[in-house]
Design a protein around this ligand. Structure first.
Ligand code: URA
Length: 208
């Protein structure tokens, strides 16, 4: 358990390109999907495997496949959607849940507006996706929801985190693994990450 930083040069390079305010929505969407794909590779490093017998065109072989509990990806709407293509390209058989939470602009507290989880979510390991871990309140709320739904093994994947968000999430849920591209300096008065990359949802969907 704890925070795992993905220091791979490809991830760091793509984060730098995403930070650039001149990067447009099309390129931003491609970068966030690619970054999520690379991070997923690390976040699934501990998946159990088992050896099976397989027949190649040449001979019989003993070879490994992933075994054990199945996965569900759960993007936190709406910015988490930007990570979906990347992670689904790595684990196409995963099921997908959605958690819609927005930050009340006045109080900065999470307001839930949509939750739809796979029926068998309690039998799956869940990876929550949100590119920006800012105050941590939406993430804490999402983990609460998954635990209430019976999920035992939960991972949280974010691209940029604030120290405040990491502290809040690890304090509220010390039993989850957090996969993070980089920790930034702080939050500003509007609870945006500094230097961050701006509003991830707006940059993915071109809404501003
Ligand atoms: N959400 C974002 O999209 N960006 C931030 O900096 C903080 C929260």
């Amino acid at each position: 358990m704890g925070v795992h930083y993905i220091e791979h040069p490809l991830v760091q390079h793509k984060i730098t390109l995403m930070r650039d305010k001149t990067t447009g929505s099309k390129e931003f969407r491609e970068l966030i999907a690619e970054t999520a794909m690379l991070m997923c590779y690390e976040a699934t490093r501990d998946l159990p495997t088992k050896e099976i017998d397989i027949t190649t065109p040449i001979a019989m072989a003993k070879s490994k496949i992933i075994s054990g509990r199945k996965l569900a990806f759960v993007p936190i709407l709406r910015a988490g959607l930007g990570m979906m293509d990347g992670v689904m390209s790595m684990v196409p058989a995963a099921k997908v849940g959605h958690i819609g939470v927005f930050r009340d602009p006045g109080t900065h507290t999470p307001v839930e507006y949509y939750v739809k989880l796979p029926e068998d979510i309690a039998e799956r390991d869940a990876i929550l996706l949100d590119p920006m871990l800012a105050t941590g309140q939406s993430a804490i709320h999402a983990v609460d929801l998954l635990k209430q739904a019976g999920v035992v093994r939960i991972k949280f994947m974010c691209i940029i985190a604030s120290p405040e968000g990491l502290e809040a999430l690890t304090a509220a849920h010390p039993d989850i693994d957090i996969y993070c591209g980089v920790q930034d300096a702080c939050l500003n008065a509007d609870k945006y990450i500094v230097p961050g990359l701006g509003d991830a949802g707006d940059r993915i969907f071109g809404t501003k």
